[in-house]
Design a binder for this molecule. Sequence first.
Ligand code: HEM
Length: 370
Amino acid sequence: MSKHQEATTAKRRWRSMLWTVLAVFFLAAALPSASYLFAQTSSGELPQRQFSEESETNPRSDMWRSARRGEGGFTNQSGPYVTNELINNSGENYRQIRMGPLTTVGGWFLVVVFLAITAFYLLMGQKKIDGGRSGQTVVRWQTYERFLHWLVALGFVILAVTGLSLLFGRTVLIPVFGHVGFSAWAEVAYSTHNLVGPVFAVALVVMILLFIRHNVPNKTDLQWFKQGGGIIGNKHPSAGKMNGGEKVWFWVGVFALGLTAAVTGFIALFPNWGFQTREIMSLVLILHATAGILWIGLFLGHAYIGTLGTEGALEGMTRGRVDVAWAKQHHDLWYQDVLASGEKPVSEEELKARKHQTGPSGSAAGQQGS
Ligand code: HEM
């Protein structure tokens, strides 16, 4: 082939390559446009940009505005609760309350309560039994009452730890465990909270029914409050089986906050009772968390007074019996009732001897809380 022929062939190759590339681009643009045109002719109008001359507002933004306002439109979603609603703002409102005041105010509330109790203990120390123990004891709590108390207490601690983990996961736990570590724990915490909750609620109601008779308010409680419960100083205001402070724990903590947490917990756990709209569920979850936080705050006070705060109180709930000196100091009117009922104080030695006689199980003293 001559040089001239070679140049002509090369030119032809370049030309055909160019046309091929152009054809590919043309087809790539033309084929989708063909389906576009087809759709336009078969279904009538296609959505058009219809900005008016006067305003430069996109009419679709009005559509999103009305969706956000919750105005009804058309939807093919069907179901018993939220339908005909493209955007529901209450979810965002709930998120802001949960991530805002609930976590910040709630979190600081618990920190302040904890610090206040610690400071009180460091300043005041434990409330001792004046003049020491007598060595004589009387029955304070029966076995079934103690069993119920510790069952409820165990459930409470599990629910408090798992509930707080879910509420403060993002602010406190993710920075410590990382996302992967927290998500593993969150799954366990979530399932445990939902499983233990209903059992705890039933035990709580039984406890309320059993303990309510000890907590009927009376005039003695007023005197007890007037004297500040004898918390500061050496005065020991009179009290029956439960003093004013314990009654506050019972009515505000166990009864009001406990039942609020239990009822809202059930509503949240079973969202299919027919009235649970998204707004109601948001409110219920906020109430549940608020009641939980306040209850935990009061619980810290109750657990402190029952352990570190008062010498001789815990053994009433563990072995069932309390020292007579403790009974006279903290619950004088109740102690008189105990004596009036015919019960006689028993010395520690006699209790040991009784236990020895009857063995570790099934002793008479054991049944009465030894
Ligand atoms: C785990 C920590 C807890 C400790 C150390 C503790 C300790 C005590 C003690 C020592 C008593 C006896 C007080 C007395 O004899 O005067 C008591 C009573 C009581 N506790 Fe607890 N408790 C704890 C948790 C709870 C929880 C979680 C609840 C309820 C949710 C609860 C509800 C009660 C009730 C209702 C009474 C009887 C007082 C009354 O009826 O007013 N306790 N506790």
